[in-house]
Design a protein around this ligand. Structure first.
Ligand code: GLA
Length: 381
């Protein structure tokens, strides 16, 4: 919990609107391994981070709602009809309102936090989930965690990105000190204890904004859909790409195009890597864990083709550092962060050396964000 941010939010609410009735926190999410597997019924191993967004909400007593985004200092005065969308973040709130079919009374809201946006740490899902939960508490909608998950996924798909459910699930269910082994085939989950004395994670943000809609996320998903259709034509027992495994994979390759076969190879091995990572975490086997991260990156870069020069640069740099066990791109790709398994903190010399060489290539320095598994969505007041 970032108490400074929290008091900034509540203080801003008090200054603008008086006393708030509810305060909610929604974290961002990291993912140790299992990338682009969620929408293919696969396995993922994410966790909620300590950084996130705070929401202070209270009654408006007027014919309009006022919503203030503290970090960007933008105010939205709205009748909630959806006709006015002055800032990009308003669209997330409007989609959430429409997903829940909100007809309740007007409210005032201040939100903000310490989650960088566009960094692949799911700031948009934190916004959607946190807003829905704030609204639920404010208007007594009694949304439970299953409602919050389905509504937030529905609201976000309205953006045109055919995302999976990993981000929202993690934000809602995060548990301090644990990663979530989520099986997206049936959404069953188990908590995996992550010993902080061994497993320390650092995000290095490329600071290249990724825009999932305008990138090839949906194209990758379509490759997978088409690959599944082709495989089903020759084997009707296959119901999702999760049914393909290392043992039967090669027998389907001749019905797939080259890009489709590359996507399927990534998925098969990435699902295996998730289970190997769980074992490595339980055994406190940092070397295996690190190797799995590098393998995952290679696969995402070469087979799934969702990396970019900035991410490849950062992973390559990590591979030369004696206090980094492994690294890979995290999230949808094309920008955002790498996740690094580190021993302690990077030295100032390491940070300035990387900042210099990265700036020489890309014109700006990267950002360093230490993360640990923390609790998910919660009521603060
Ligand atoms: C984005 C999506 C997730 C998931 C990842 C890739 O973060 O929102 O559902 O598909 O990309 O693993």
């Amino acid at each position: 919990m970032n108490n400074e941010k929290l008091s900034q939010i509540t203080e801003e609410f008090r200054r603008r609107f008086g006393t708030c009735t509810h305060v909610v926190f929604a974290p961002g999410r990291a993912n140790i391994i299992g990338e682009h597997t969620d929408y293919n019924d696969g396995l993922v191993l994410p966790f909620a981070v300590s950084q996130g967004l705070y929401f202070a909400i209270g009654p408006a007593h007027t014919q309009k709602s006022q919503i203030f985004a503290l970090d960007v200092q933008e105010l939205w005065v709205t009748d909630l009809s959806g006709e006015d969308v002055p800032h990009p973040w308003c669209i997330y709130l409007l989609r959430a309102l429409s997903a829940v079919g909100y007809t309740g009374s007007h409210f005032n809201l201040v939100f903000g936090g310490d989650l960088p946006s566009g960094a692949g740490i799911s700031s948009s899902s934190a916004l959607t989930c946190g807003f829905l939960y704030s609204l639920s508490r404010f208007a007594s909608l009694h949304l439970d965690t299953a409602d919050l998950l389905s509504l937030s996924v529905m609201a976000e798909r309205g953006s045109g990105v055919r995302g999976g459910q990993m981000d929202q699930y993690t934000i809602i269910h995060g548990l301090e000190g644990h990663a979530i082994l989520l099986d997206c085939k049936d959404m069953s989950a188990g908590f995996i204890s992550v010993d902080p004395a061994y497993f320390q994670f650092l995000l290095i943000n490329t600071r290249k904004k990724h825009h999932l809609v305008s990138t090839e996320y949906n194209d990758r998903r379509q490759d997978c859909d088409l690959a599944l259709e082709r495989i089903k034509e020759v084997d009707s027992s296959v119901s999702s790409l999760r049914d393909i495994h290392a043992g039967n994979m090669d027998s389907y390759m001749n019905v797939l195009s080259l890009p489709q076969s590359k996507r399927v190879r990534h998925l098969v091995h990435e699902n295996d890597r998730v289970m190997q990572m769980v074992k490595a975490i339980k055994n406190k086997d940092l070397w295996t864990a690190g190797t799995l991260l590098y393998q995952s990156h290679q696969s995402l870069s070469v087979l799934y083709e969702v990396s970019c020069p900035e991410l490849d640069f950062l992973v390559h740099w990590a591979s030369g550092q004696s206090n980094i066990y492994g690294a890979r791109m995290m999230g949808g790709g094309f920008g955002g962060c790498t996740i690094n398994l580190v021993q302690g903190e990077l030295s100032d010399a390491q940070k300035s050396q990387l900042s210099q060489s990265y700036s020489d290539s890309f014109g700006h320095a990267p950002e360093f964000i230490y993360i640990k598994p923390d609790h998910g969505l919660r009521a603060v007041l």
